[in-house]
Design a protein around this ligand. Sequence first.
Ligand SMILES: Cc1cc2nc3c(=O)[nH]c(=O)nc-3n(C[C@H](O)[C@H](O)[C@H](O)COP(=O)(O)OP(=O)(O)OC[C@H]3O[C@@H](n4cnc5c(N)ncnc54)[C@H](O)[C@@H]3O)c2cc1C
Length: 356
Amino acid sequence: MMTSAFVQDGPRLVNSYTSNWLLKSYLERKLGSDLLASVEPELVELGQLAAGRLLEVQRADRRNEPTLTQWDAWGTRLDHIEPTPLWREAERLAVRFGLTAIPYERKEGAWSRTRQFALVYLFHPVTDVYTCPLAMTDGAARALLEANNARLIERAVPHLTSRDLAQFWTSGQWMTESTGGSDVGLSRTIAQRDAAGVWRLYGKKWFTSAATSQMALTLARPEGNGAGGSGLAMFYLETRDSQGRPNGIRVERLKDKLGTRKVPTAELSLEGTVAELVGATTHGTRSIEPMLKITRTWNSVCAAAFMQHGLALANDYARRRLVFGAMLAEQPLHGETLAELEGPGEGHREAPRPGL
Ligand SMILES: Cc1cc2nc3c(=O)[nH]c(=O)nc-3n(C[C@H](O)[C@H](O)[C@H](O)COP(=O)(O)OP(=O)(O)OC[C@H]3O[C@@H](n4cnc5c(N)ncnc54)[C@H](O)[C@@H]3O)c2cc1C
């Protein structure tokens, strides 16, 4: 007699907001119940997507990677980067949930960032680092506002913080060159003013993530400036002109990275790229700092979100995997391992666990 083959169920997650008592109690305490009640429907909706449809889209997208098409069949330079379907979906959702809009709308006042990052926490683990361009987009809006450049604020910030997909832009941050990332003062990109007074950039940026962005903030050394970080200035540029042609930018290749492979990170040559000085002609590393503060905050929230997601998957498996006559979760050594992983996260809670 043939026995049917055993097939272990795939992961089944429940709503990543409602199942996360720690996040819920944290928000209740920080926002208060009235404010939480007003933002909770969107948290429940995104939590449901993250545990359901979006998780499915992510799984189906697992083997996809962005592609770079440098030329068309007739020899026209295109440098078109096509992200994967998951990234397209992630962009639509990010705009719909206002992930870069919320902190600038400031409907919740000082708690707007809390609302934003609660959503980012749910969104991040199932969107394969689409939070990278979002973090830079948020950071670019902050850096432009802090630089107080009225023209660029009016031109770019409404796009970066838009809730309309047709209007929405992402931003890159182009600093790293092959001479150095940590020691960015070694940058060799030069900014020259042409006869019409327009700044043009010449150089090579070595590690530009999310190279699909419509704009970037970048560092370059105005001709005649001294060496080091203080000789650099922060520039604003748009990657394509109004006809969709590259703005003196060649995409040399996409990085063959060990991780974050959904992120189209490129090496770019700047060959007379039209750019605009954001503020002073010096101390660009200082001017770009507000952008880095924001991206670092995104990184820390996203790291915690990944840990939580990994734990949710491990817990689900342990409750449905039978070993030696009991579920894995009931086996003391395995339970202890899961508890050890959960400990650091829960150790930070300040509110008592409901029901305990
Ligand atoms: C996935 C990914 C995406 C990225 N996206 C972008 C992007 O969008 N835009 C961008 O501009 N860059 C980007 N980068 C580049 C990144 O910012 C640089 O890799 C980073 O700044 C480090 O620079 P480096 O690689 O030149 O390393 P190095 O500067 O050569 O550093 C090598 C090692 O030396 C250590 N080190 C450096 N200085 C010191 C010191 N003074 N004392 C002790 N130790 C030191 C560093 O910690 C590191 O471990 C990205 C990198 C990665 C991996």
